[in-house]
Design a protein around this ligand. Structure first.
Ligand code: ATP
Length: 453
């Protein structure tokens, strides 16, 4: 069967991710651990750029948000109060023929008959709830009292620490608490590369407010979050806002938007923005017996704040960036013959490496030492890469393939051998247009910093 262009594109992306060190299957040499992924040297840079930019715009550039970093191991009472122990499950179906474990929504129905999507078998069990939380044991005693969970979302530690953070930060409503960290879900069928993983990272903000501000803030945060994606280079026409209908929304939510992205495997959720009312804080107040109320100095009222939550996935954002950036075009090779060029067109702000520095020839000491001098003075400003091996065109191609937006070449003109006026200038090449300009070495750091910030 011929694969669709989207499926082929996805295959090329997965293969590029492995070949160039963005993402590897976890425990690969042992056959792989399903639903877990390891980020390689370039992947980790990309991921950090996403998280750092999120933290910059959501925490550092605002007066009304502070951060926290909570524990992954979670007290069972926290997750009982939040409803996760009881209700955080997906309906699961087993195929008795091929033994596949399926999410109920993956089962095919033909003329009213349920079929296994793997083997076509019709002998399927009834759907039953499967809790998605990873349970573990703390300490030496392996009994009921030692149960702990790996958190299925970062949000709960924010709610549980609400009172402490309110006191130490002395913030007034509305204000938010932000967190980036790992979350774990025992997904029945991890799939679509990193899209549905069992271990992943979230970037969550809980923005606390007065009840009457909730609906307006839901709109506000939806817009802010769309701006975020555009500012990291995700094109607006691939982003979609789905208003989650009443019947699909959590019972306590008064409004939820899903921000979706057109992945090669379909339109899927990147982030949820939900108005969760006072459900979470009220639940924890009830279960812990500790007041989680806010005292309004002006009106002298005491109440449990409401909350709006933008909750994004780091891994899904990274995957959207890679899928959106992947492109193929034509560029001349060493002999001027056109060849296919693979380019990751990352926004310079997100690119793992910002600038590559090349001496034109590796066996000419003055070129090499000048190039290394440039690397050393650019390093405090950005992530740079030095490469002296192979023809210059091939070096450009290697950088295009990993999305490096700028390339600097040190040539004989830099040494002032042809024209004294060009001494201490270099060619600066831009990845997408492949245009080259001549710039003074002393201006490089400021020119590049302005383009990548
Ligand atoms: P889905 O419907 O795709 O399972 P969800 O609605 O359960 O997602 P939320 O609980 O709203 O997801 O989590 C917030 C964000 O965390 C999601 O928008 C997504 O970016 C990320 N996320 C959730 N589950 C996973 C997963 N299994 N793998 C990777 N990222 C995830």
């Amino acid at each position: 069967m011929n694969k669709s262009p989207d499926a082929q594109r996805m295959e090329k992306i997965v293969s590029l991710c492995k070949r160039r060190g963005f993402i590897f299957q976890s425990s690969e040499i042992y056959g792989g651990l399903s639903g877990c992924w390891d980020y390689g040297p370039l992947g980790v840079e990309l991921k950090r750029n996403v998280k750092n930019y999120w933290w910059r715009v959501m925490v550092h550039e605002r007066d009304d948000v502070v951060g926290m970093d909570g524990a992954i191991l979670t007290h069972p009472e926290v997750l009982k109060a939040s409803g996760h122990v009881e209700g955080f499950s997906d309906p699961m179906v087993d195929c008795r023929t091929c033994k596949a474990r399926l999410r109920a929504d993956q089962v095919i129905e033909k003329k009213g008959i349920r079929q296994c999507p793997n083997c076509g078998g019709r002998d399927l069990t009834e759907a039953r709830p499967f809790n998605l939380m990873f349970q573990t044991q703390m300490g030496a005693a392996a009994d009921e009292s030692s149960i702990a969970y790996l958190r299925p979302e970062t949000a709960q530690s924010i709610f549980v620490q609400f009172k402490n953070i309110l006191e130490v930060s002395r913030k007034k409503l509305p204000f938010g608490i932000a967190q980036i960290g790992k979350a774990f879900r025992n997904e029945i069928n991890p799939r679509n590369f990193t899209f549905r993983s069992r271990e992943f990272e979230q970037m969550e903000l809980e923005y606390f407010c007065r009840p009457e501000e909730g609906m307006e803030l839901l709109e506000y945060w939806k817009e802010e979050r769309l701006k975020f994606y555009e500012n990291i280079g995700i094109s607006r026409d691939r982003l979609h806002v789905k208003t989650v209908p009443d019947e699909e929304r959590a019972f306590y939510s008064k409004g939820t938007y899903d921000i979706e992205y057109d992945f090669p495997f379909g339109r899927q959720e990147l982030e949820g923005v939900a108005y969760r009312t006072d459900y979470d804080l009220s639940q924890h107040q009830k279960a812990s017996g500790k007041s989680l109320e806010y005292f309004d100095e002006e009106t002298k009222q005491r109440f449990v704040p409401h909350v709006v939550e933008p909750s994004a996935g780091v891994d899904r954002t990274v995957l959207a960036l890679i899928c959106g950036a992947y492109s193929e075009d034509e560029a001349p090779d060493e002999k001027g013959k056109m060849e296919t060029r693979i380019v990751l067109r990352f926004h310079p702000r997100m690119a793992p490496i910002k600038c590559a520095v090349f001496p034109l020839l590796k066996n000419k000491e003055p070129l090499v030492s000048k190039a290394q001098e440039i690397v050393n003075f650019l390093r405090p400003h950005m992530n740079v890469f030095y490469d002296e091996s192979g023809a210059i065109g091939r070096r450009y191609r290697r950088q295009d393939e990993i999305g490096t937006p700028f390339g600097v070449t040190v040539d004989f003109e830099t040494l002032g051998e042809k024209d004294a006026a060009l001494r201490d200038t270099v060619t600066l090449r831009e990845r997408d247009s492949m245009k080259q300009e001549r710039v003074a070495i002393k201006d490089l750091a400021s020119i590049l910093s302005a383009r990548i910030s």
